[in-house]
Write a protein that binds this ligand. Structure first.
Ligand code: SPD
Length: 321
């Protein structure tokens, strides 16, 4: 292989990384052989590793931010395929080229069916994408966004301003604090919609997958209130997903999981749960759907209705005790 020989150990050369081959090997891709001591260029990939058996990765061209908060590791990268992306504890949270699917689905499924959506609570959502979608509606009067980790908000404001475009909206009240404690407060005015936009169930987000938390959410909702929560991959995190749907079924009279594909998320097929005090996901309000369809990249009436189609393996699991 036509490769310059170098003797020094691994080093960084701008955004390109190299290492020294420690043995002679033949590779299929790129085709060729390198020998001990050859300088080998390495692409810098960041992978979300699941159960030590699957990787979901992106080739990165720049590391913009890496920090350790009291809660978790926060990283922002520039990726070749999906633009800038946020990882928390080495798990993908959002990527510019892919985030609209997630933020549109978590937001508009609730708003287009809500009888009232003046007061909205977002738990998590530190990248600002969900707040951006909620605040796109002029009739929304007040949004509380309660994110436990100030570092996530600051990193996203600085490095992902294209995602959080509504930080300065006067209707948005950002609280850096514990969302679980927030929903237990009995002095709060009821919310018409609660959106749980937390991260995966590791670190501070573990408590967002807990019955006590969702009971408190139920109590904080207004008469016709709607809750939508992210619910992990139904394939890769099957038990977590099923358990979350069943937990919500013990609390809310109407509960429907729904699905959409998110390229960067582990398992690609992603789940959310729609839980209400009575409203059905089919009760679409035409004027609100028209507003959503006018602005969204993927969300529309057909996507909304189709997303609630439940795969058989999930139907069976939910039917079983
Ligand atoms: N690993 C994916 C977990 C998704 C949870 N929320 C994403 C944050 C986007 N606002």
């Amino acid at each position: 292989m036509d490769m310059e020989r170098e003797l020094s150990c691994s080093w960084r050369d701008g955004p390109r990384f190299f290492c020294e081959a420690s043995e002679t090997r033949e590779f299929l891709s790129p085709t060729g052989t390198f020998e001990t001591g050859d300088k080998v260029e390495m692409a810098l990939w960041y992978d979300e590793v699941n159960k030590d058996s699957l990787r979901f990765g992106a080739k990165t061209t720049r590391t913009l931010f890496v920090g350790q908060s009291p809660y978790q590791k926060v990283s922002v990268f520039e990726t070749e395929a999906l633009g800038k992306a946020l990882m928390i504890d080495d798990l993908w949270m959002c990527a510019e080229g892919d985030e609209k699917t997630y933020h549109e689905m978590i937001t508009h499924t609730a708003i287009t069916t809500a009888k009232k959506s003046e007061r909205v609570l977002i738990i998590g959502g530190g990248d600002g994408g969900t707040a951006r979608e909620v605040l796109s509606y002029k009739h929304v009067k007040h949004v509380d966004l309660v994110e436990i980790d100030g570092m996530v908000i600051e990193a996203c404001k600085k490095y992902l301003p294209e995602i959080g475009t509504a930080w300065d909206d006067p209707r948005l009240n950002v609280v850096v604090g514990d969302g679980i404690a927030w929903v237990k407060r009995e002095d709060l005015e009821p919310y018409d919609i609660i959106l749980v936009d937390g991260s995966d169930p590791v670190g501070p987000a573990v408590g967002l997958f807990n019955e006590g938390f969702y009971k408190a959410c139920y109590d904080r909702l207004s008469k016709d209130g709607i809750l939508v929560t992210q619910a992990e991959s139904p394939k890769l995190f099957y038990e977590t997903h099923i358990e979350l749907v069943k937990t919500l079924q013990r609390i809310f009279p109407v509960v429907h999981p729904f699905y959409q594909t998110i390229l960067i998320y582990a398992g690609a097929l992603w789940g959310w749960v729609y839980a209400t005090k009575g409203t059905e996901y089919t009760e679409i309000q035409d004027d609100l759907m028209a507003l959503a369809e006018a602005r969204c990249e993927i969300y529309n009436r057909e996507i909304h209705l189709g997303a609630f189609a439940v795969p058989n393996f999930i139907k069976r699991a939910l039917a079983a005790k």
